[in-house]
Design a protein. Structure first.
Length: 95
């Protein structure tokens, strides 16, 4: 599938993380990767938050992805989502 948009899910820390919740989060990321939805993810090095960048067919699907993340489900993080129109050689960088 060729996606027109990607979604940046910014995860904002609400309480300290522990190894069990991190493991659940990593397992969730692995599942998104199997589904070919995960573009990249990781913590920011200059603040206490991180991001998950995914392919989705709509903003609603992106919210569903964020809400199923164990970090969010178990109230370790809140999230904000930004929709990005993908620019690449396949679409002439939107020209």
């Amino acid at each position: 599938m060729i996606y027109k948009y990607a979604y940046i899910i910014l995860l904002n820390n609400q309480k300290p993380l522990h190894p069990d919740i991190i493991k659940k989060h990593v397992q969730y990321l692995a599942q998104l990767d199997v589904e070919k939805k995960l573009i990249l993810s990781g913590p920011f090095t200059n603040q206490k938050s991180g991001s998950v960048i995914v392919y989705a067919t709509s903003m609603d699907e992106a919210h569903d992805i964020a809400k199923r993340d164990p970090f969010v489900m178990e109230n370790y993080k809140t999230y904000d989502i930004y929709e990005v129109e993908i620019a690449n050689k396949n679409n002439h960088y939107l020209l």
